[in-house]
Design a protein around this ligand. Structure first.
Ligand code: SF4
Ligand code: SF4
Length: 572
């Protein structure tokens, strides 16, 4: 499982992460975003961009608590960008961590300084025409290994400062000690378990996780481990988080001709540089690459406040205020070499026929219909069609296509419903007049659209709904057309419109009238029979009187039934 997971419940399928992922490693299937781990370079951009906080990062705190509980010495390697993320000084952070079970807090810059020396040596030994791509940034390694495997031989075969420092700490304090790295980068979580360098770092925390740990309760003094003396020998290794920092730390910035050196930061520049290198358009001797714009201080997992320039300012102020310690690097012998492996992520590029068929299915039947609006997360409709063919995207991600589909469905319903539909605006001008309305009011839509409603019917009920903003149901007769209608009027707040659904109830009204006539006649007949019976009863008194009384009861019931039956035809 990768280090980023997506909560299906939170993902609202907005495609923002697809848009921002520099290597398009996010697929959408069944209306859910999924990270394709084989393609993901762990830049973390999508985590930061998700407005729903749907992405979770594999946590490292659990491991730290486990190591602490087991009594193994906990050593913290603190990435040099810490001063951009924390207001406290290194000494203050270290003091708080010692109260919570750490034995040592040391700057990763100690490892960076040694790595910088190795770069200096390799550049000096480099033959003519060689090109080295810097490798302290794990995202750059992932990018080259997965997406630019041809450039793999150019990755500088040196471990990152994190790994160098982890090895240094273990060499000094014993292999049983647990080295925890804290930094601004989630890619370090995977780098720590990469087979080529595994064993140097036992857990990786983001600065946010470290902050969480710092907020946890202190250990009682009796349970705190003995503190160990940190190596203050970080020197210019502290410059690594800034673009050009590695070169400065290695003392290379002045030694190589300007055009031999390329410094790029941010995914856009990095990928452009890799493309140019792969195409042979540029031939620098050394390319320093940092995936995050502005270097690690600009990374997606640095706190949002203060803003980047203020963070950078604080970082540089801290950096200049720190003095170099005694130069003790090199006392421990550690392996600095590193191998990389090709992990190509290849997608089969579909043929033109397939792309064309998908574009057609999206309604992009002609080039002018290819809006290239980017709402699906892809640069162009064609890119999106390719992604669909590769199983990374779905047809329904095209917003204009879905809107058109919905509009077509809506207009089909409006066109084919047997009931008249009218829409009027706040000025009582007709905006919609469907074919059933044309038939009912015997006027063509073109003749009345955008014209006053009064041309077709009385405006009173529509004006009432506009003013009250409440729905209304009325029966309205149009004697000149020979029709009776039942009208349901609703106010549409978002558009300030009135929508009317008009049902022709003329036939129903006629049936009701015919039934009422029959009813009236039946009642009259029954009354007549009763009166006649009563007269006969008065003439023949005695035993016949009872029968007559029964007839009267029966006929009276019949009258009631007829009257009640008539009420069932009243409109709801
Ligand atoms: S950004 Fe990606 S993960 Fe977040 S809600 Fe949108 S589609 Fe889902
Ligand atoms: S971490 Fe980076 S590469 Fe991976 S899915 Fe997110 S944006 Fe894409």
């Amino acid at each position: 499982m990768g280090i980023i997971t997506i909560s299906a419940a939170n993902c609202k399928n907005c495609y923002r992460c697809v848009r921002f992922c520099p290597v398009k490693a996010i697929s959408i299937r069944d209306d859910q975003a999924r990270i394709e781990d084989k393609a993901c370079i762990q830049c973390g951009i999508c985590v930061n961009q998700c407005p729903q906080n749907a992405k979770q990062i594999q946590g490292g705190l659990e491991a730290v608590l486990r190591y602490r509980a087991s009594g193994q010495p906990l050593l913290l390697s603190l990435a040099p960008s810490y001063s951009g993320a924390f207001e406290q000084s290194l000494t203050e952070i270290a003091a708080e961590l010692l109260k919570r079970g750490f034995s040592l807090v040391e700057e990763t810059a100690v490892g960076a300084r040694i790595v910088a020396g190795e770069y200096r040596r390799l550049v000096a030994a480099q033959g003519d025409g060689g090109c080295l791509i810097s490798s302290p940034c794990s995202v750059i390694i992932n990018l080259v290994e997965k997406h630019y495997p041809r450039l793999l031989p150019h990755l500088t075969p040196v471990v990152s400062p994190m790994i160098a420092h982890g090895r240094l700490l273990k060499a000094r304090w014993g292999p049983e000690s647990r080295v925890i790295f804290a930094g601004p980068c989630i890619a370090k979580k995977e780098e720590a378990r990469e087979p080529a360098v595994a064993g140097a770092i036992d857990a990786v925390l983001t600065f946010a996780e470290l902050r969480e740990f710092l907020a946890s309760p202190e250990l009682p003094p009796a349970q705190r481990p003995r503190s160990l003396a940190p190596n203050p020998d970080a020197g210019k290794g502290r410059w690594f988080p800034l673009p050009g920092g590695l070169l400065r730390a290695a003392g290379l910035a002045e030694g190589v001709l300007e055009q031999d050196i390329l410094i790029v930061d941010g995914m856009e520049e990095v990928m452009a540089a890799l493309e140019a290198l792969a195409a042979g358009e540029i031939k620098p001797r050394l390319v320093e690459m940092l995936a995050c714009k502005g270097g690690c201080i600009g990374g997606p997992f640095m706190p949002k406040a203060p803003v980047f320039p203020a963070r950078r300012d604080r970082f540089i102020t801290t950096l200049l205020s720190l003095e170099d310690g005694e130069h003790i690097a090199g006392r421990e012998e550690i392996e600095l070499g590193r191998e990389f492996r090709v992990r190509p992520y290849q997608r089969i590029y579909p043929g033109e026929k397939k792309i064309r068929a998908i574009l057609d299915a999206m309604g992009k039947t002609t080039p002018d219909k290819e809006l290239n609006c980017g709402s699906c997360g892809y640069e162009s409709c064609r890119d999106k069609a390719v992604a669909i063919a590769q199983g990374m995207a779905e047809l329904e991600m095209c917003v204009p296509y879905m809107r058109e589909k919905a509009e077509n469905l809506a207009s089909t319903i409006i066109d084919f419903t047997p009931n008249a539909i009218l829409v009027v605006d706040a000025q009582l001008r007709i905006k919609e007049f469907n074919p059933a309305a044309e038939k009912l009011f015997k006027v063509m839509a073109e003749a009345v659209k955008e014209r006053p409603l009064g041309m077709v019917m009385d405006e009173t009920h529509f004006a009432t709904v506009l003013n009250s903003r409440r729905p209304l149901q009325v029966k309205v007769e149009y004697p000149h057309l020979g029709i009776v209608t039942h009208q349901r009027l609703s106010y549409i707040e978002e558009e300030d419109l009135v929508l009317a659904l008009i049902i022709d109830i003329t036939d129903m009204e006629r049936q009701k009238e015919a039934f009422a006539t029959v009813k009236r006649e039946t009642i009259a007949k029954a009354q007549e029979v009763i009166e006649k019976q009563m007269k006969v009863a008065q003439l023949i008194a005695g035993q016949l009187g009872e029968t007559t009384a029964e007839s009267k009861v029966l006929l009276t019931k019949l009258i009631q039934l007829v009257q009640e039956g008539g009420d069932e035809n009243v409109l709801p």
